[in-house]
Design a protein around this ligand. Sequence first.
Ligand code: FES
Length: 366
Amino acid sequence: MEGDGRSRDELVRRSAELDGVQLEEYRGSGRPEATASRGSRLLVLTCWIGGGLSALAAGGMFLFWPWHYVPPGEENHYLYTLYTPLLGLFLGLAVLGVAAALILTVKRLLPQEVAVQQRHLENGSSEEDRSVFVATVDDARDNAGLNRRSVFSRAALASGGILGTTLGVVGLGAFVRDPWETGPHAEPKDTLWHTGWRPQVGEKVYLRLATEPTKVELVTPADLEPGASLVVFPFREAEADDPEKLAKVMEQSDNPATLYRLPEDTDVAEWPERAGMNYGDYYAFSRVCTHLGCPVGMYETALDRAMCPCHQSQFNLADYAKPIFGPATRPLPQLPIDVDSDGYFIALGDFTGPVGPAFWLLGKQP
Ligand code: FES
């Protein structure tokens, strides 16, 4: 019996009458058919638990899986390649599980009714209206087995909680560590910050031509006429006898640079912070477009412009490769260069900024 002495079933039906509702079909709490089948309950429970476990797996993967890039052929490369697909799979299963559980709860556990209701425009709800509404909601909840302490409620709470936590961790996780941060996290293996041009202590990194991987040809100033350019890759003497490393250097996507020799009368803009990064008329810039990463493979000598064929971005070489046309918004990072005592071009350090479309640093990098 409910608050005013009537049974809940009576109140539910009275609720319908008060609202001018005609119940064509209703499975009330006292009827045998109101109880959902054991199979339905089991199915809903399975979905909740499955969704929760999948969310847990996705969260665990995000936090603990070895996601750092591992080149092909090296140990754990296989684990690295599984990271993204498995994370997507578990997140997808988690959302699917929770969605399926919600849909099945409504379709199979909540009371089914067919009712016709007339609209009415009364202000506020009477005491009786409120009583019958509460009874209706309680009735639906009990029929569905969703008591506060039922296994369904607990499964739903746990599953929803885990999924919410996982989505929060995944959403915020990317902000926890800045991939460009210098300091303790800037390890040499951090490939987001460093390229193959980064010299180790006391090491000389030469500019080599883009020839066959095992055939190393260094570059001298005499190799370039004014208004000409060359594609170059990094070479270190320690790798001279290692064909595998020589080949890998040419496969690393952020390594390619272009060495330009500007015409002698070129009026180059003043960038004090770039002083000493060029060798006379020779300038080296990343070959990877800062729009979407295509090779900036064209050099229009008469206009001092490097051009990307993909979406026609143009970079002004007389202004440190500043974009002046097209969708690219960031200059091509410059490679500081010099010529050593033997007459070969060497790199004095890594590029001046992140290579390629590093969109999250827009406005921060020159
Ligand atoms: S990738 Fe170079 S302009 Fe789009």
